[in-house]
Design a protein around this ligand. Structure first.
Ligand code: ASP
Length: 593
């Protein structure tokens, strides 16, 4: 039906006849001639229809925005003074000869040529129109380039694309499962995979050696910001490679992608132990574009009278730390109050601060509500440790270590953004040496990565002191966002059972839930490891999109629904009966009768 995409008609075609198809982006009637901006996936071309071509002119007169047209015409140079250098097709126009309406369109729910934010619900309800907007379509095009780059890279490195089941059993990644009732086995349920973790490990046992899959994963998580119940991972697993080899290869994949698609050199990927990341940045995904560091001052505070600091300083689970912001003394009282509110989100009960006005005057030169409680010696010792200079502000956190890390870690990022402290555009890194386990509120342990991650110690050392064990896990972080994570896996049955034991999974439960894995480990499982990248996150960062919903064709809302198809929806009672299911809504969710 067409000879060229609208957006690809260019000056090389001047004098030639072309046929384009697309939507009417905009129609302008310039008394006598009609201009039609025609749009398709590749961009926009300007078509001029003049009254000499009577029938086409009559058609052009009645078309409206978003009508679908086929136009045959001759490419010509734009007249002097009308060249538009901002447009790919801005040097030419098409003199329309035959204009055919392929389909009409009602008035769009929002204008596409002069788009104003109409709210996400409307955009999602009419997603098929929203995606017509070049801004949105370009993100999908970019996403497709990312997956194509990844596939090429992995093909060249000997990876095999293998699909794994969607209807499966629970694969623990720390979220709730989406369940699918079985009709043929009433009362039994499939779980949608939280990740292909166990299948990809089994593929290593089978000899696939290098596996990848662009895999949909499903996690029924509490509605935290910017998560999707179904999302896409670039999932990888490799035999006979240690963490160093895996990290090096994956850096290559990401760095070559940034070079090819964005012309960005990512540079080195420093590797930082988890403990250092938490200590200096209060986060296991530090944003290294920001030069601020959190510094411990508990030892200086332990013996002062002021309980707010002395209490956590003496508590083995506490932390007292400071964050120095060069030039921050110019922050107003109001701004400081806002930061105090901000750290409150993370559980901090306040935000103490010291402005460094004239350090040469000793504590006289410090402006702060807390110096009097610290005493001169302690206040000056802190200034000394931080290397404070006139014009700086120092913020303090004193509480349980978890709260201080989260609060000061988030404050560090917020200050970095608000005060534009970034030292570079991209800061990739690896976080390594994670602890194996994390303590739950009830005193039990849970795996920080997942229970199939290998510890760095022997089974007996692990059993003796699980809380101190480190794992062979690694996370790739870019600009404070976790791009991907993985680990070297346990390939030995005894070690796997030890980890299950520590997690409180009984032998019977191990056999029931993970019998197939324990079986597989008995039959010559090669040492292996892997990781998974979050594709949505990666594309979001690369395109500068504000949320992952912007880079997913048909995302769910923040409350895990699809407003376009109205999913999830009710099903009729016959279907439920076939599935042996009776629905019992909690009182609060019963429809009013
Ligand atoms: N399955 C892991 C995850 O989804 C990634 C990995 O360990 O390869 O986070």
């Amino acid at each position: 039906m067409r000879s060229h995409y609208c957006g690809l008609v260019n000056e090389k075609l001047v004098g030639q006849e072309v046929t384009i198809c697309g939507w009417v982006h905009r129609r302008r009637d310039h008394g006598g001639v009609i201009f039609l901006d025609m749009r398709d996936r590749e961009g926009i071309a300007q078509v001029v229809v003049d009254p000499d071509t009577e029938q086409s002119f009559a058609t052009a007169e009645r078309v409206r925005s978003e009508f679908v047209l086929q136009i045959k015409g001759i490419v010509r140079d734009r007249p002097e003074g009308t060249i538009n250098d901002d447009m790919r097709t801005g040097k030419i126009e098409i003199l329309g000869k035959d204009v055919t309406v392929l389909n009409a369109a009602e008035t769009p729910p929002f204008p596409l040529d002069d788009y104003n934010d109409v709210g996400e619900d409307t955009r999602l309800k009419y997603r098929f129109m929203d995606l017509r907007r070049p801004e949105m379509l370009n993100k999908l095009i970019f996403r497709s380039k990312v997956t194509s780059h990844i596939r090429n890279f992995l093909d060249q490195n000997g990876f095999m694309d293998v699909e794994t089941p969607i209807l499966t059993r629970a694969t623990p990644e720390g979220a709730r499962d989406y369940l699918v009732p079985s009709r043929t086995h009433g009362g039994n349920f499939f779980a949608l995979p939280q990740s292909p973790q166990l299948f990809k490990q089994l593929l290593m046992v089978s000899g696939v050696d290098r596996y990848y899959q662009i895999a949909k994963c499903f996690r029924d998580e509490d509605l935290r910001a910017d998560r999707q119940p179904e999302f896409t991972q670039v999932d990888l697993e490799m035999s006979y490679m240690d963490e160093n080899a895996i990290m090096t290869m994956m850096e290559g994949a990401i760095a070559s992608m940034f070079k090819e698609l964005l012309d960005v050199d990512l540079g080195a990927f420093p590797r930082m132990p988890y403990a250092e990341a938490m200590n200096k940045y209060g986060s296991d995904k530090p944003d290294l574009r920001i030069p601020l560091e959190i510094i411990d001052v508990a030892d200086l505070m332990a013996s002062i009278d002021f309980k707010v600091f002395a209490g956590p300083a003496k508590d083995p689970k506490g932390r007292v730390a400071a964050l120095k912001v060069p030039g921050g003394a110019k922050l107003s009282r109001k701004q400081i109050d806002e930061y105090t509110k901000f750290v409150g989100i993370y559980g901090a009960r306040g935000l103490a601060w010291i402005k460094v006005n004239e350090l040469e005057k000793g504590t006289e030169g410090l402006q702060s509500p807390i110096v009097k409680f610290l005493g001169d010696d302690v206040a000056l010792a802190i200034m000394d440790r931080l290397g404070a200079q006139n014009g700086d502000i120092v913020f303090f956190g004193a509480d349980k270590a978890k709260i201080v890390n989260e609060a000061l870690g988030a404050l560090r990022c917020k200050l970095g953004e608000d005060l534009d402290l970034y030292t570079c555009a991209w800061a990739p890194m690896w976080v390594v040496d994670f602890p194996m386990f994390e303590e739950l509120d009830d005193g039990g342990l849970t795996a920080i990565h997942h229970p199939f991650t290998a510890p760095s110690c022997s089974p007996s050392e692990l059993k003796d002191n699980p809380a101190a064990a480190l794992s062979r896990a690694y996370d790739m972080v870019l600009n404070g966002t976790e791009l991907g994570g993985g680990s070297i896996r346990i390939h030995d049955g005894a070690m796997q059972s030890t980890v299950f034991d520590i997690l409180g999974i009984s032998e019977a439960e191990q056999a029931n839930k993970f019998g197939f894995l324990l079986d597989a480990l008995k039959f010559g499982c090669p040492p292996h490891g892997g990781l998974a990248f979050g594709l949505d996150r990666l594309v979001m960062l690369m395109t500068g999109a504000s949320s992952i919903r912007e880079v997913i064709a048909f995302p769910k809302t923040q409350s895990a629904t699809c407003v376009l198809t109205k999913a999830p929806g009710e099903v009729d009672s016959k279907q439920l009966r076939e599935l042996s299911i009776r629905v019992r809504l909690p009182e609060s969710e019963k429809p009013e009768s």
